[in-house]
Design a protein around this ligand. Sequence first.
Ligand code: ADP
Ligand code: ZN
Length: 517
Amino acid sequence: MPSASDLLSSVFGFSAFRPGQEDIVRAVTEGRNTLAIMPTGGGKSLCFQLPALCREGVTVVISPLIALMRDQVRGLKEAGVAAGALTSGNTDEETRAVFDALDAGSLKLLYMAPERLASAGTANMLRRIGVGLIAVDEAHCVSQWGHDFRPDYLRIGELRQALGVPLAAFTATADAETRDEIVARLFDGAPPEIFLRGFDRPNIHLAFAPKDGPRRQILDFAAARKGQPGIVYCGTRAKTETLAQALAQDGHAACAYHGGMGPDARRHVEARFQTEDGLIVVATVAFGMGVDKPDIRWVAHADLPKSIEAYYQEIGRAGRDGAPAETLTLYGPEDIRLRRTQIDESLAPPERRAADHARLNALLGLAEALGCRRQTLLGYFGEAAQPCGKCDLCDTPPEVFDATEAVQKALSAILRTGEWFGTGHLVDILTGTTTDKVRARRHDQLPTFGVGREFDRKGWQAVFRQMMGRDLVRPDPERHGALRMTAAARPILKGEEAIELRRDTIRAAGRARPAVK
Ligand code: ADP
Ligand code: ZN
């Protein structure tokens, strides 16, 4: 049987677990009674869908939300999972198909509205079909004090006892009274393992930096933490080797780790990392699944991670012991281009590619955030938070400026050249640099030529990078990465919306004069 992490990518198309998911998935798969409290949007459904595939028998999912059940069934079917729903929204044909699949023993997930539990026929049917697990969504509906009380939920506890199978309950409502009531009513005599963990890892300091001599940036970060165990994640195998060498030359104990190394060599690195003091492992994402070292003091990304989930999982390997740990994530326009191209060129269906773009946007939004990073990160996972005081942007709040005019100039350079050019050429046009290419295309005749003399090249590159980070422009792989405007940029171009950008990276860009405005 494939492992949970294989199924995570092959069936669900996710690159990493979200915070909390992995532990819950493990508990549910192992057949422990569980109650998981996760914020809305935190990714609860995966926590029963994935175990359903790993376990024998049918997983019965009870949910009060018919539209949501139908959505999930459709999604699962598209992913090739045998799932069906019995709800009042069914056509006769749909219901017949579900019963046929149950009789054939092929169904893995059976979604059911709680009303169904009231009929004697349902209990008999469930006894017959070989239920292996009961999953209860919106478990707070069993609580009489909440406004979502569903009397039929009171039957679930009996059902669990009658079938003698494990039960996994999920809710976003975390107050202690509701929790106690759920435990009493669903798990009478068989108390569940409770997962109630905020997603925050407050001991981990968060920081991002645009690439600006990335090797030097990583070497400096490591030098400031000499002798402390750390991980440097790289986008390619080749880079793990060269960066490990550079670190070794700087006097660190460092070694490379990637999927192209033999199993023995990999195990050797894993063992050294566990036992040796202060080793740095320079690795691809292949490193981490099996690593269980509580005192990793820092994690650096030499390249942008794949998604915000992957970012969280990778930095989350630092500071498991609760002592302070530090992270640094580097990113540049070439990372963004590479990630976009990887998504566009994948064979995934269009909706999944759109979701991947959205997850990348979330990470880029975090990279280019104007305020507390932790607030942005936790907000993405559905958790509200105050500014944390433990991220680079809380340490030094960035200076922002009204960049509406600069962004309009950049967009106009893109549009006037037919959305056929990359950053380099666009910057030439904006700064009024007459290159051969500019002359050959007669782009020195454009009204946009030389209108952007308020910034130097690096300044404009930072503007374009931040625009990519906000998804105002996207590189088009079918046009060799030429930048194209997205719908989100239209109101800015038309002057209906203003936009602020961070000044820091633009000023760090050298002799840039302040924007005229
Ligand atoms: P809720 O906790 O509100 O029930 P869902 O299960 O509907 O949340 O998940 C919310 C969103 O998060 C969905 O769009 C889902 O595809 C996405 N999601 C869940 N798990 C992951 C993951 N490991 N990586 C990326 N996206 C995920
Ligand atoms: Zn902060």
